[in-house]
Ligand binder design. Structure first.
Ligand code: NDP
Length: 310
């Protein structure tokens, strides 16, 4: 086994540039609306996004449910970087547990995203999670929403379509209602890090075998969220060997698994660091040691119950 960086497919901006790792606007960026001083976006987030774009990121991850589409729209408006050199992802959420879908359909969610982002196309639009019921989603099934996204792609509102948190049976359901391979999902954005190498059974290999790019959310969990610090001594060793931070080692490991990380930080040095991943390479033995320690110390940050039998 060898682990060169190979992302398949390699997604591109409309102008044809390879996309970088993603800068996320969920998790720590969700703010109660009354903290936004009368605006519908956080000035801090807009500034952080502008800094990330100036540092070399071209790929921003947002979602209807994060309420950060307006902030991303503001960053798109203020940056000098042309829209076609950026890659913007957003997501429809059909509800989960007790919260209901905000939009009444996939179409409504896409149109709202276009409005809030202030752009006439979105590069990638995902179904945020397949775990919604018709009660939560204003009567829609996963298949109904997928057909809405296919329509939006045909209309040119969306360049690529995909899903997040999908297990193999969910991907099979999308294949079954897609009118041809060009409408199969291009991306499956899942929780992926050293302590969770498969969010559901065999999902990474299956997605990659079907030419679906796997994106990793919460890539830094082994040093941030997980209480178990079993990987820390080895990360420290690698950090000294390659003169990189432990976060950089974790992100590089993910890239060498052919997975594209979505990370975030409110700290400027960390934002810069997270792009500086291309002048070193972990050996196959080191990747395998990270995976061995990771498998012995499983940790999942999101969707515990949903994946119980998947
Ligand atoms: P990460 O694992 O990258 O965690 C980010 C956190 O790590 C931040 O709180 C940051 O804190 C800290 N951090 C960043 N750099 C470093 C560093 N060098 N050393 C130590 N700590 C560091 O990702 P998230 O879990 O935040 O998820 C990223 C994005 O993925 C979200 O914003 C969202 O867009 C997406 N996401 C998607 C989900 C889905 O269901 N599809 C679910 C969850 C997330 P600090 O600000 O202090 O640097």
């Amino acid at each position: 086994m060898s682990y060169p960086i190979k992302l398949s497919p390699q997604l591109k901006t409309k102008s044809g540039k390879d996309i970088t790792i993603g800068i996320g606007t969920g998790t720590q960026w969700k703010r109660p609306i009354d903290k936004l001083e009368g605006k519908n976006y956080s000035e801090e987030l807009v500034n952080q996004l502008l800094f990330a774009l100036d540092s070399g990121f071209n790929h921003i991850d947002t979602a209807e449910v994060y309420e950060t589409q307006p902030a991303v729209g503001e960053a798109i408006k203020r940056t000098k970087i042309p829209r076609e050199d950026l890659f913007i992802t957003s997501k429809y959420n059909g509800g989960f547990l007790t919260f209901k879908a905000q939009s009444k359909s996939g179409k409504e969610s896409v149109d709202k995203a276009l409005r809030e982002l202030g752009t006439d196309y979105i590069d990638l639009f995902l179904i945020h999670s397949p775990f919604f019921t018709t009660e939560l989603s204003h009567g829609h099934t996963l298949e109904d929403i997928w057909k809405d996204l296919i329509e939006a792609k045909k209309e040119g509102k969306i360049r690529e379509i995909g899903i997040s948190n999908a297990a193999i049976p969910h991907l099979e359901r999308l294949f079954a209602v897609s009118p041809g391979k060009e409408f199969y999902p291009k991306v499956n954005q899942i929780e992926f890090h050293a302590f969770l190498q498969n969010q559901s059974k065999d999902i990474v290999k299956y997605s990659q075998d079907h030419n679906i790019l796997v994106e990793a959310f919460s890539p830094l969990s082994p040093i941030t969220r997980a209480e178990n610090k079993a990987l820390n001594p080895f990360l420290k060793e690698l950090s000294t060997e390659y003169k990189k931070t432990e976060a950089q080692i974790l992100l590089r490991y993910i890239l060498q698994r052919g997975v594209l990380p979505i990370t975030t930080s409110a700290n400027k040095d960390r934002i810069k660091q997270s792009l500086d991943l291309y002048d070193f390479e972990l050996s196959d033995k080191e990747v395998e040691e990270i995976e061995k320690i990771g498998k012995e110390n499983p940790f999942r940050a999101f969707f515990h119950e949903a994946f119980k039998n998947l």
